[in-house]
Design a protein around this ligand. Structure first.
Ligand SMILES: NC(=O)c1ccc[n+]([C@@H]2O[C@H](COP(=O)([O-])OP(=O)(O)OC[C@H]3O[C@@H](n4cnc5c(N)ncnc54)[C@H](OP(=O)(O)O)[C@@H]3O)[C@@H](O)[C@H]2O)c1
Length: 339
């Protein structure tokens, strides 16, 4: 099999490091691997598939000869450099929000709309959705396909790793300080102190009162499910957990008179989903359990008391894996026909 020459931009970040881990774990057929980060990482190396690789900074021509480049360095870097990777003949898989709503490029979760992916050799940009959107659509798509979907409400409980390495470091450091008795009143990374707290804001607020993360979930979900008129309402909250995002979801289906068994069995047979049975202790997935694992876990499936078409469920996934790097690797595996 032809080896794939690949680049990882943001290789020293928490998503970038997860990419490197998954490239090894999934025995991705990598040829040359080029790693990129900021000037602060010059002189550092990372090991991947037995090679010690020096971290480079981005420069003109740095993608020449690459077939595939994963981007996880934020919106501004992707806006400037993903088109350059494409111009150099590579497929750019972008984890930032820069191209997600851009009609020229597909926004893909392979289990849901992998049919939009190009064949190898077609240089383009593929947008990787927001982490909270990915796990939501993996759980909603099988229900939408079988029963029709009329509307979605979601409340998220998002871990600090969603804010990158700084988020993790701040939770660990400031919790230690708080445990020593100091009153934490400020945060470098979050809008409010994170130890022993919940913060109902991820990103900036718009005029309607929604924050950026909520707008991403609402817009991306209907784009990926190809339901442009689907009402989606999201409320996002940062919680002091280290990794994985959890979501309480209310999905209103077209088809009435479904049983818990119908909905559960549909989810059980869906790609990428694992249903946690109520008799498995504690009977539902948790963020700690999902961390380091690949599936989107669903539990607590039950019908709303007041609207028989509405189903409640608890959806949990590792935001660094399925919410970011794993989805990116699966996009590449799909394009290069590796699985
Ligand atoms: N964390 C998540 O759960 C998640 C999920 C989905 C999508 N994303 C997206 O993935 C991206 C990365 O997030 P993250 O959580 O991995 O953040 P992170 O841990 O803060 O890592 C940021 C990475 O970007 C690199 N970088 C910064 N400036 C750069 C520059 N000028 N040139 C090249 N690289 C540069 C950093 O390099 P240095 O180490 O040298 O500073 C680091 O490797 C963001 O767009 C984020 O929105 C994150």
């Amino acid at each position: 099999m032809k080896k794939i020459n690949l680049g990882v931009v943001g290789a020293t970040g928490v998503v970038g490091e997860t990419f490197l881990q998954l490239i090894e774990e999934r025995e991705f057929p990598a040829g040359e691997i080029r790693l990129f980060a900021s000037e602060a990482s010059q002189g550092k190396t990372r090991n991947c598939q037995g090679q010690d690789i020096a971290i480079q900074t981005l420069s003109e021509g740095c993608f020449d000869g690459l077939d595939l480049v994963f981007f996880s360095s934020g919106d501004d870097i992707s806006k400037e450099w993903a088109p350059k990777a494409m111009a150099a003949g590579a497929i750019a898989v972008d984890n930032s929000a820069a191209f997600r709503m851009d009609e020229r490029f597909p926004l893909v979760v392979p289990e849901v709309n992998g049919d939009l992916l190009p064949k190898p050799g077609n240089a383009t940009i593929i947008a990787n959705p927001n982490c909270s959107t990915i796990q939501l659509v993996v759980a909603l798509a099988p229900l939408a396909k079988k029963y029709g979907l009329k509307g979605v409400r979601v409340a998220s409980y998002q871990s600090v790793s969603g804010a990158g390495r700084n988020g993790i470091e701040e939770l660990l450091t400031s919790t230690r300080v708080a445990l020593e008795g100091e009153d934490i009143t400020k945060s470098e990374t979050f809008p409010a102190p994170i130890p022993f707290n919940s913060i109902p804001q991820i990103g900036r607020f718009d005029d309607a009162g929604f924050c950026t993360e909520e707008v991403k979930i609402m817009k991306e979900t209907s784009k990926i499910l190809r339901l442009p008129n689907l009402p989606v309402s999201a409320f996002t909250v940062r919680v002091p957990t280290l990794n994985s995002h959890a979501e309480a979801v209310w999905a209103t289906l077209e088809k009435p008179d479904l049983s818990v068994a119908d909905v559960t069995n549909t989810l059980k047979s869906a790609p990428g989903v694992e249903v946690t049975a109520p008799n498995e202790s504690p009977g539902y997935p948790t963020q700690k359990f999902a961390s380091g694992r690949d599936p989107v876990y669903v539990g607590r499936i039950h019908r709303d008391l007041f609207d028989k078409n509405t189903w409640l469920m608890w959806v949990v996934a590792d935001n660094l894996r399925k919410g970011a790097a794993l989805n990116g690797i699966q996009i590449a595996e799909h394009i290069f026909d590796l699985k």
